[in-house]
Write a protein that binds this ligand. Structure first.
Ligand code: MG
Length: 335
């Protein structure tokens, strides 16, 4: 195999078979994928299914803390898990640009395999297309995730109720600032790294230990501010957030100041918003803080009946302002 991708490696013929064996099966292989039929045959789980799909176009494709491959696994695993589901299977579709570096492809697929093993999900179906140079940018990946819902009832953006508290599992803005600073070639005094990680094991502990979880959501594109607005609208409730309680790393805050960005609108790829009745908050925090991915979990706000569909931010000085959704595209190709 040469070291640049050729058009015939996506043709379905001999060259693509070789690529599939040497790269995709080597890193993602398992008995279900290995059957090589037109579709994967999956055993039926006991509970309802949760399904989610996402396409990943992040630029740059490698960044501190991850790459487009690990992100394509974590992002979809997390979306499935947010329903209180145990992610079981993934499918992957690759759109590759002719001339793409094969060593980079190998590194990305290896990283997907590693992320999938850690999340304990199996890649059961996949597809590869190679498009002529200039008609795509290096590599785009679509993943679809299938999971078994174990929470009953399933957490949902429609279930926030007055009297609930809003918990966040850690600091905001790490992924967004990392990708943006990489793209612009900016270096900060302290290292900044994407938080991208699969949260399914933490979520399973949370929903099995606490059936009272009302909402789980990952504040990805549009950040915390947009996600909490979505929940307020879906549930028809008002949410008040405490500005001083929201964790933002000093390096992320400093970077945002330089770039004129608000960390509450930046994407996160390894964080959870958890909303549940106040009386269960202490237990949720204990469960989250025991896991390295939830070590910095804290309460950042509460749900009320006033201002339905709106999010109010209380500032450190006691002021109040409306926190809106992200307007326009702040950062293209962030995930
Ligand atoms: Mg999501």
């Amino acid at each position: 195999m040469g070291n640049k991708l050729l058009l015939d490696q996506g043709s379905g013929g001999l060259a693509s078979h070789r690529l599939v064996n040497e790269v995709f099966f080597r890193h993602l292989g398992n008995p279900i994928l290995g059957r090589m039929d037109d579709a994967a045959l999956l055993p039926r789980p006991k509970g309802p299914l949760a399904v989610s799909t996402d396409s990943f176009t992040v630029d740059p494709i490698f960044f501190p803390g991850g790459d487009i491959g690990s992100l394509a696994v974590h992002g979809t695993v997390n979306d499935v898990a947010m329903l209180g589901a145990k992610p079981l299977y993934l499918t992957c579709g690759f759109i590759l640009e002719e001339g793409f570096d094969l060593d980079d492809l190998d590194r990305i697929v290896a990283s997907m395999g590693q992320a999938a093993r850690k999340a304990r999900v199996k890649v059961v179906a996949g597809d590869t297309k190679v498009v002529p140079r200039g008609t795509a940018d290096k590599i785009f990946i679509n993943t679809t995730g299938i999971g078994e819902v174990v929470a009953s009832p399933s957490p949902s953006g429609h279930r926030a109720r007055p009297g609930d508290v809003v918990i966040i599992s850690g600091s905001m803005g790490d992924h967004g600032l990392t990708v943006l600073s990489c793209r612009q070639g900016l270096a900060f005094d302290a290292p900044v790294e994407s938080d991208c990680a699969s949260l399914n094991h933490l979520i399973l502990k949370l929903v099995t230990g606490l059936p009272a979880v009302h909402v789980l959501r990952d504040p990805t594109r549009g950040g915390l501010a947009t996600s909490v607005n979505e929940i307020a609208q879906q549930s028809g409730v008002g949410v008040t957030l405490e500005e001083d309680a929201i964790p933002v790393k000093p390096v992320v805050r400093a970077g945002c100041d330089i770039l004129g960005l608000d960390p509450l609108y930046l994407a996160n790829e390894g964080k959870i918003i958890c909303i549940l009745p106040e009386k269960h908050a202490a237990k949720a925090l204990t469960i989250m803080r025991r896991d390295p991915l939830g070590r910095d979990a804290c309460i950042i706000g509460r749900v009320g009946a006033e201002n339905p569909g709106k999010v109010v931010m209380r500032t450190g000085l006691g002021g109040r302002r409306l926190l809106g959704m992200l307007e326009g595209e702040q950062l293209p190709r962030i995930c």
